[in-house]
Structure formats: structure tokens, C-alpha cells
Write a protein that binds this ligand. Structure first.
Ligand code: 16G
Ligand code: ZN
Length: 546
């Protein structure tokens, strides 16, 4: 009864803006910040319910990532630190669009029954609340708190401004019973990075201050946080640009750099010859680039290439550890898998398969890639746009620890032990909750050092096939339904045949279309042996969709 009246009262303070219908989408709700207060309040309720149900800490992040500064958004981190369980998404949609307090109450009641969420009696829970640097974040965080605390027994812990991956990391760590402050996060990253640097092959160890990486913080939360992290790193020089003085995501950031392929604001001719990297507005994406002499263009080193570098390194360490055939020393057969989407450049997929790796595909969106990667002992996933991470299974880490102890007692610092220690360090450096530009950056830097490679050498792992992305505005994007990880259109009938016929005209042509999860458009992607061919294929397929 008390619970009912609390909810009725608080909900009446957060009426829905008229005529707005939002959907949880690929990565939470996103809209102009002025429309979001009631949605964020309702997501607060949802996060609290999830926490009560799972008897675990849950996260709520307020960010619109790479969108413009006036937008905002909200998403929930599950107890594992990953994305909200997909079977809760429909509830997120109905709850957020329930205007009338009585309707909302009924929805919660029904859902709580169905999901066995004990709302009567002593429910308990905790929701960690984070936000990026958007000005609207503060009042939206208030709305979230109101929502969270409308469920009796649930506390809202305000973590203030932080990156999306930091919040996910904290949720994961808290639920593993580990310490989970922001400082613990920096400690874990810097310690494991130092450990990796310690096992760099001797010839590559020297530290040269001119060998620095210049990072574009997208004028978001990433810049200021990276300033803190970099002070703890002794073997790496990081120059942070766009730390928040300019307009968030405007002419800067990973999304801009990857899509436009031009030099972001704050970079110029003086940076030619250096490794550069861009984060996005909430620091969960990472791409590298270099600046060309006398041009405003960049050479992009995208998520596919970061993935390839990681895969190569991990495979090398596994080979040292278990022997090329994976059979030496009664060894554990570690299953290594690579997960990509249809957007992965075909040249990267070809390269990874050549390395002998198992490559699988999922639809676009971190939640799908992450889930697939978790099926392996070591699952590496990346989207071309820079979202990605590496997941290690508990049983593999356990075996690795054991192997390391065994090696310690026999032959000190053997090659094999170094490989085991490197893999253990990677498992701590990389954020296993969600893709994290900071751990990605540190791992790239450590591996380049390990290999003794320049960025140029890295970029030469393979050459991207020319590609083109277009978007087509349509009346109803939900009319397009795809299958096989978005590579085939099944509805409307006949479109796939038409696409096939067009594609067949281009040697090595590849093409797929899919409805965007974040915009009201159909996206077209093509690849071919020349840019002209990729462009022309994209244009003709776009007219098919129209
Ligand atoms: C979201 C997804 C990203 C995906 C993108 C595709 C998360 C955290 N983010 O930003 O993974 O690549 O949407 O956008 O899942 P689209 O559906 O508009 O092409
Ligand atoms: Zn992001």
C-alpha cells in the first residue's frame, strides 16, 4: 500500500511530454534532453526493479554518447556490467510510454508478478548513477534518483560525472565483491598496463618521449578522466586534446573521425607523424588515425584493425603457451573466437580467417556482439566504429592462474610464463564489462610496443576494401526485416533478389541494407574493388530502397 502511494505520488510529478513516443533502441533511450525527464524517471524505476529482482547492484548511465550536446539519453547496466538483459526491453518501452500514474502502477504490478520481483516486504537494492558532461545531465540525474527511490528499499548512489565504461566496470566489480571506486578503476588499468610493459621483449623496451599518442577527448568526459589516468602511467606519453573546453562532439570525436575521415578540431600539421586516437562523447569508442601532410584528410585505423591487432597478439601468446598445435602439456584447449558485424571491412575478415581464427557475425549493436563473444574462452569483438572489448571465461582464467603457478615453481621466467602473465594482465587491463576506450588505448599502445611496430606497420596488416555507407530516408523503416546477421533482407519480398542482381555486376562486390536502430533511416553498405564501384553500387541500391 505504502509502495503504491509513493509511486502514484512520484509519477504524477513526471508527466510525459505530449506526442512523444520513445523506444529503448540499440543502446537505451535517446532524444533531445528537454523531452527526457519523465523517461529517465521511469528508467530509474526500472533499474531499481532490476536490482531488487537480481539482488545485485545495477547501473544507470545518462549519456547520448556521440550525439550533439543538446541531446541526452539513458541506459541501464545489468548486474554483470553488460547491457540490460534483452528480455526487459519491451518492459522498458511500455513503462516509459505509460503516462497515466494508474496505468504505470498496473504495468509495474503485472511485470513484478511475472518476473517474481518481491515488492512487498523487505526489498533491497542499489543503483549506481553516472552521467557524462552534458549540461542536462544534472537535472536528469535528479529525475533518475526520484525514480530509483520510489521503489522502497532501493538506494541511488550518485557517482557523478564518469565515462560509460567506468560505470559498467563499477557495477561489475561491485557484484564480484571487489572494491569499485573510480580510483580502483585507475589502479587496475595502470597496474595491468605496467605489467604488460614489463614483459615487453628486451629489444623493444626503451622508452622514447617523442613516441607519444595524441588523444582527441571529443570535448566530453573522456578527456578529463584520461588526464587523471595518464598521471599514473610512466611508460607512455599521452597528449590529451579536446578535454571539454569546446562543444561536445562538434567536429571532434570517434564518430566524426570514422565517418568523415577528416582531421578533428584541435589537430593540425604539427601532429603529422604521430599516432592519434579519438574517443567518443562517453568514452566507450576508440579509433586511431594519422594526419597526412598537406591535406585535411586522415588515415583511419578503425575498430576492425584494433580487433586484428588484439587477435594477433592474443593468438601469439596462446601459441607460446600451448604450442602451435595447442596440444603441448596436456593443455587446456582454449577456444578463441572473433565476433564482427556485417560492417566489418571484408579485408579484415579475410585477414582474421587467414590467421586461422574462428570468425562469427552478429547484428549491429554491442549487446549482440558481447553475448556472442561470451561463448568463447577468449572472445574478441569489435564494431568498425570502435566499440569492442575482449572477454575471458572464468574457467580459462582459472586454468591460466594454475598454469602460471606451476611455471613459477619449475622454471622461472620462461617464455611460457611470460605469455601467461601477459594474458592475465590483458584480462585485467581490458574492461570486460563493456568496450572501453581507455583500456583499448592502453592495450593498443602496449602491443605496438611489444611488436616494435609503428602505426604505419600496424595499418599495413591488411588494406581495407573501398566501401561506402549511405542512408535513405523512408516512411517506415520497420518494413525492412533482415536475417543472417543483417546480411539478407527477408521483407519486403523481392528486394534481396534485386540487390543480388545489382551486386553481381561488380567484381568482389558486397552489399547489405538494414534499418538503423538509432535514426529513422535505412542504411546501405557496399564494398567493391574501387571507390567508384563501391559508390556506384551504393547509389543504385539506394534507389531500390527508396
Ligand atoms: C548504437 C550502438 C552501436 C551501433 C550503433 C548503430 C551500443 C552501445 N551502441 O550506437 O553499437 O554500432 O548504435 O547505429 O550498442 P545504427 O543502428 O543507427 O546504425
Ligand atoms: Zn559512446
Amino acid at each position: 500500500e505504502q509502495q503504491r502511494s509513493i509511486l502514484l505520488h512520484s509519477t504524477s510529478c513526471f508527466p510525459l511530454p505530449p506526442g512523444v513516443k520513445l523506444s529503448y533502441g540499440t543502446a537505451g533511450f535517446r532524444a533531445d534532453a528537454s523531452l527526457l525527464e519523465s523517461t529517465v524517471f521511469r528508467v530509474g524505476i526500472l533499474a531499481a526493479l532490476r536490482s531488487v529482482q537480481t539482488r545485485s547492484v545495477v547501473g544507470l548511465m545518462i549519456t547520448a554518447s556521440h550525439n550533439q550536446a543538446s541531446d541526452n539519453g539513458v541506459k541501464v547496466a545489468d548486474p554483470s556490467g553488460g547491457m540490460l538483459s534483452q528480455h526487459w526491453e519491451p518492459f522498458a518501452d511500455t513503462l516509459s510510454n505509460a503516462g497515466d500514474p494508474n496505468t504505470l502502477l498496473q504495468l509495474i504490478d503485472d511485470f513484478a508478478k511475472k518476473e517474481k520481483i518481491p515488492l512487498e516486504g523487505a526489498s533491497e537494492g542499489e543503483v549506481l548513477l553516472g552521467r557524462d558532461t552534458r549540461p542536462s545531465g544534472e537535472f536528469l540525474a535528479e529525475a533518475a534518483k526520484q525514480g530509483i527511490t520510489s521503489i522502497m528499499g532501493v538506494n541511488a548512489t550518485d557517482m557523478g560525472v564518469m565515462t560509460t565504461p567506468q560505470l559498467h566496470w563499477m557495477v561489475r566489480s561491485r557484484n564480484k565483491g571487489m572494491e569499485a571506486s573510480e580510483n580502483n578503476y585507475y589502479d587496475q588499468l595502470s597496474t595491468s598496463f605496467r605489467c604488460l610493459m614489463e614483459y615487453i621483449p628486451k629489444g623493444n623496451r626503451n622508452f622514447n618521449v617523442n613516441d607519444k599518442v595524441i588523444v582527441d577527448g571529443a570535448d566530453g568526459v573522456g578527456g578529463e578522466k584520461l588526464e587523471i589516468l595518464k598521471k599514473l602511467l610512466s611508460d607512455l606519453s599521452i597528449d590529451v586534446r579536446n578535454r571539454g573546453d569546446g562543444v561536445l562532439n562538434e567536429g571532434v570525436g570517434a564518430d566524426f573521425v570514422q565517418k568523415e575521415k577528416i582531421i578533428p578540431r584541435g589537430f593540425g600539421p604539427a601532429d603529422v607523424g604521430f599516432r592519434c586516437a579519438s574517443l567518443d562523447g562517453d568514452a566507450d569508442r576508440l579509433v586511431y588515425f594519422s594526419i597526412e601532410l598537406n591535406s585535411n584528410k586522415i588515415v583511419l585505423v578503425d575498430g576492425d584493425k584494433i580487433l586484428s591487432l588484439f587477435a594477433l597478439f592474443i593468438k601469439e601468446q596462446l601459441n607460446i603457451l600451448t604450442g602451435e598445435d595447442g596440444k603441448v602439456n596436456e593443455s587446456y584447449q582454449a577456444r578463441l573466437g572473433v565476433v564482427q558485424t556485417a560492417y566489418a571491412n571484408g579485408a579484415s575478415t579475410y585477414y582474421l580467417k587467414q590467421l586461422g581464427l574462428e570468425v562469427v557475425f552478429t547484428p549491429t549493436g554491442v549487446k549482440y556482439l558481447h553475448e556472442k563473444a561470451s561463448e568463447y574462452d577468449i572472445g574478441i569483438y569489435f564494431e568498425a566504429n570502435g566499440h569492442g572489448t575482449i572477454l575471458f571465461s572464468e574457467s580459462f582464467l582459472c586454468w591460466l592462474e594454475g598454469r602460471n603457478n606451476e611455471l613459477t615453481s619449475t622454471s622461472k621466467c620462461s617464455e611460457q610464463q611470460e605469455a601467461a602473465l601477459r594474458l592475465l594482465a590483458v584480462s585485467k587491463l581490458i574492461n570486460q564489462a563493456v568496450g572501453d576506450s581507455f583500456s583499448g588505448l592502453l592495450l593498443v599502445e602496449a602491443i605496438l610496443k611489444h611488436m616494435g611496430w609503428s602505426m604505419f606497420k600496424w595499418n599495413e596488416l591488411y588494406h581495407d576494401l573501398p566501401s561506402r555507407q549511405l542512408k535513405v530516408k523512408v516512411v517506415d523503416r520497420t518494413a525492412v526485416i533482415t536475417a543472417n546477421a543483417e546480411t539478407v533482407v527477408v521483407r519486403p519480398i523481392g528486394i534481396q533478389e534485386a540487390i543480388n542482381a545489382e551486386t553481381a555486376k561488380y567484381p568482389h562486390g558486397r552489399c547489405f541494407i538494414r534499418p538503423s536502430g538509432t535514426e529513422d533511416v535505412i542504411r546501405v553498405y557496399t564494398e567493391a574493388i574501387s571507390q567508384e564501384a563501391a559508390d556506384s553500387l551504393a547509389n543504385s541500391v539506394a534507389t531500390l530502397v527508396d
